[in-house]
Design a protein around this ligand. Structure first.
Ligand code: NAD
Ligand code: TDX
Length: 352
């Protein structure tokens, strides 16, 4: 008998796999049900080390399917949800917005509906929605997003995440569903699908390919170590106040071009190549449509109220991240064997 039956959606993805590992290892008295459709971005190789654990179950299912969602709620008597499943890549959302609206908006609605229907008892429940800072839009050179920043999403991805945040709040207000939301900045670390900036650049350095930097590389992102994000989710899951939103960030802003130079330096060193080798292949390519200029998070609410703080020194964690990709080429080729290459070949000739 477990204290809680926690449905973690998207647990086979980048952040989800870190959250599942942390929760399974830290809380043997909770049962973690990893519910994932295993799209191109989901990969169970990332979780092989958990397969023999008694408090871990994988269920292949689609959050947009009423039947899949109903079945998992009934079979495992779900008491809590940590919802991460999503289409997560901005470039893909520009090419195929409907897939994002289906998964991120309808899928979230399907989960909310199931939770509302199944949680009619007086037991403790929680629906935790893991969201993004991109719902707040773009910053200029100054300022940071916080919990009071008005929503102003620009890409189909961020608009779909904003819609799902609104639905979560609507279920709280209308049906008193116990909810909490967090909005996090860009994550980096192991097991990130090689379509996002950091793994793309590392892999292209290894393969001696051009390093695609969108526009002039002046855009700024606030980078957080994925394991610090997983710790923040654990902290908010246990201590967050119902109905509240928490912004999560690394207080670690980098211009894309500076970050790419840093990755070139670290990767050349680890590969025993001459300094400047990788950087000579940086290529400024067509900018992303509607490219948000800058994201930065003020995480002081989470830091002051719940005592969470990012732990990692960026240079050390970035070096550890590069090492992980260099040591896990098998993982990379396995996750890339699907539709990743076809997608890039069809849409981004200048980036491969
Ligand atoms: P990811 O793309 O690596 O993983 C998404 C996972 O969801 C995959 O395992 C995929 O198989 C699964 N999935 C997709 N559609 C599904 C469906 N219909 N049913 C069930 N499972 C489905 O994403 P990520 O980068 O790990 O992001 C996880 C969550 O965190 C997302 O909600 C994202 O919006 C949010 N987020 C990400 C970042 C970041 O930097 N990556 C930052 C802030 C917030
Ligand atoms: O090849 C590239 N070259 C490049 O210059 C890629 C893939 C990206 N970029 C730029 C675009 C962005 O300014 O680098 C920056 C980071 O890009 P991504 O890694 O695609 O991340 P971003 O668009 O910022 O979104 C990420 O952070 C917030 C996640 O993908 C989202 O899921 C999360 O919500």
């Amino acid at each position: 008998m477990f204290d809680k039956n926690i449905l973690i959606t998207g647990g086979a993805g980048f952040i989800g796999s870190h959250v599942v590992r942390l929760m399974v290892n830290q809380y043997p008295h909770y049962r973690m049900i990893n519910f994932d459709a295993l799209t191109y971005a989901g990969n169970l190789i990332s979780l092989q080390d958990l397969e023999s654990k008694d408090n871990y179950v994988f269920v292949k299912g689609d959050i947009t399917s009423e039947q899949d969602v109903r079945q998992v709620f009934q079979q495992f008597h779900i008491t809590h949800v940590i919802h991460l499943a999503a289409e997560s890549h901005v470039d893909r959302s520009i090419l195929d917005p409907m897939a994002f609206i289906k998964t991120n908006v309808l899928g979230t609605a399907q989960l909310l509906n199931a939770a509302q229907k199944h949680w009619q008892d007086d037991k403790a429940h929680l629906f935790y929605h893991v969201s993004t800072d991109e719902v707040f839009g773009a910053l200029g050179a100054e300022g940071k997003f916080n919990e009071q920043t008005p929503y102003d999403p620009h890409s189909p991805y961020s608009a779909s995440k904003a819609s799902s945040d609104h639905l979560v709040r609507a279920y709280a207000d209308t049906y008193q569903l116990p909810v909490v939301i967090s909005n996090c900045s860009n994550n980096y670390g192991s097991h990130q699908f090689p379509e996002k900036l950091i793994p793309v650049i590392i892999q292209n350095i290894v393969d001696q390919k051009p390093l695609p930097v969108y526009g002039k590389g002046e855009n700024v992102r606030d980078w957080l170590w994925v394991e610090d994000h997983a710790r923040a989710i654990d902290c908010i899951f246990h201590n967050g106040q119902l109905g509240q939103t928490y912004c999560i960030g690394g207080n670690n802003e980098w211009k894309n071009i500076d970050l790419v130079h840093q990755l070139c330096k670290i990767t050349d060193r680890l590969l025993g190549r001459a300094e400047g080798n990788a950087a000579s292949r940086i290529q400024f390519v067509t900018d992303r449509k509607g490219h948000d200029f800058r994201y930065a998070i003020d995480a002081s609410k989470l830091e002051n109220q719940l005592n969470w703080h990012p732990t990692q020194d960026f240079e050390q964690a970035l070096t550890q991240t590069v090492k992980w990709y260099l040591d896990n080429q098998e993982w990379l080729s396995s996750v890339k064997s699907g539709d990743y290459l076809r997608y890039y070949e069809a849409n981004y000739q200048d980036r491969i």
